[in-house]
Write a protein that binds this ligand. Structure first.
Ligand SMILES: *[C@@H]1O[C@H](CO)[C@@H](O)[C@H](O)[C@H]1NC(C)=O
Ligand SMILES: *[C@@H]1O[C@H](CO)[C@@H](O)[C@H](O)[C@H]1NC(C)=O
Ligand SMILES: *[C@@H]1O[C@H](CO)[C@@H](O)[C@H](O)[C@H]1NC(C)=O
Ligand SMILES: *[C@@H]1O[C@H](CO)[C@@H](O)[C@H](O)[C@H]1NC(C)=O
Length: 336
């Protein structure tokens, strides 16, 4: 009777695969994104420090006004060729593998979504003017953003989740992958379910761990609140959960985590979760070296001698960076 013998080479293979997996898991790759509030988008992209850029616009909508996105900080769409340069910059950034997201919402501006009708209406407006749809008044012409980031600092997410849901339906009709992200406050877990984005709608969320969120942000050198809330947020129903944090010290008690502390005390723990997508920084104009101090870790896992670079270059958001694309931040330290 033939006895089954486990082939020894297969065992050896399994053994080494396990080592490879555990090493990779402990140094899981992540992406760094940033909110860009100024006009020098091409410089932000060329820094090589970011894989995602949320371009901030102010919005006027709600109360039956015609929805409108104010581009003034970036370009003037009513001036002749006023947005040509900006449009070209977006395309150049996208061509180098960086995702450019349209960020709507924010802490200021005349905006509210009073009901589902307004949310649906706004989704159509965004789709036709900035995404895969068509309109004869596209402010940035044929620029197609990679997705929409919703930052809602009003109390309720109900109609902003509806906006996301409606955008998702429009996205589905198109073959191209568009991303949807939501940026809730870390502390908003405490109250009603309307205070957080609706689960299952967004591709990723970036939880704001700074500002007035004293219960959950880094405070006086202590991380208790941070970890308590991260442990809940990391189970949120989205493909990835990003940590949104300050790129520079602002006022005291704003939750700024110095980059060396972030690298040594925070990142290794975040990387233990397969849901961890990376870091989104607020904002580019206060990022004086923060992203470059933490970013080598993005490809820090891709070591010069690594033979499994392909495996490791599998990025959380499903980006498939071919060759050098998106890896300019690696500087000399990684070979792809
Ligand atoms: C939605 O809200 C707007 C502004 O408050 C109002 O004009 C409109 O009638 C509302 N639509 C519905 C269906 O409630
Ligand atoms: C829907 O959008 C149109 C223009 O895009 C605007 O004129 C109308 O007031 C909006 N309606 C609501 C209810 O927001
Ligand atoms: C935008 O361009 C229009 C047309 O040239 C001009 O009237 C307007 O003042 C400009 N706005 C700003 C804020 O520069
Ligand atoms: C969102 O829409 C619903 C239903 O259309 C409405 O009842 C609710 O008041 C709106 N929420 C806010 C915060 O405006």
């Amino acid at each position: 009777m033939p006895s089954f013998q486990f082939p020894i080479h297969l065992l050896t293979f399994l053994y080494f695969s396990l080592i490879a997996v555990s090493t990779a898991a402990s140094r899981r790759s992540f992406e760094v994104g940033v909110y860009s509030t100024r006009n020098a988008l091409i410089d932000v992209c060329n820094s090589g420090n970011y894989q995602i850029i949320n371009v901030v616009f102010t919005v006027s909508l709600g109360n039956a006004q015609t929805p409108e996105i104010n581009l003034i900080d970036h370009c003037n769409s009513t001036a002749v060729d006023g947005c040509t340069k900006f449009s070209q910059e977006i395309k150049a950034c996208q061509a180098s593998g960086i995702k450019i997201m349209l960020s709507v919402g924010g802490g200021s501006g005349k905006y509210n979504l009073n009901n589902f009708t307004e949310a649906t209406n706004f989704s159509t407006y965004l789709w036709n003017n900035f995404l895969g749809g068509q309109s004869n008044s596209r402010p940035l012409n044929d620029v197609v953003f990679d997705g929409v980031d919703i930052t809602n600092e009003r109390s309720s997410w109900d109609n902003w989740s509806k906006l996301g849901e409606e955008l998702g339906k429009l996205y589905e009709k198109q073959g191209k992958k568009f991303y949807l992200s939501a940026a809730p406050q870390c502390s908003s877990l405490d109250s009603s379910s309307q205070s957080i984005p609706q689960p299952g709608i967004f591709d990723y969320i970036s939880v704001q761990f700074f500002g007035d969120n004293l219960v959950c942000q880094y405070l006086n050198g202590r991380f208790e609140g941070f970890w308590k809330f991260w442990n809940v947020w990391k189970t949120f129903s989205a493909d990835k959960v990003f940590v949104q944090m300050l790129a520079g010290p602002m006022a005291e008690d704003m939750g700024y985590i110095p980059p060396d502390v972030f690298r040594s005390e925070v990142l290794p723990e975040l990387q233990r979760s397969s849901k961890f997508g990376g870091v989104i920084l607020w904002s580019e104009d206060i990022d004086k070296g923060y992203s470059s101090k933490i970013n080598p870790k993005v490809c820090g896992s891709v070591e010069a001698a690594s033979e499994s670079a392909n495996e490791i270059a599998e990025f959380p958001m499903g980006n498939n960076y071919v060759g050098q694309r998106g890896f300019r931040s690696c500087r000399g330290s990684c070979v792809l």
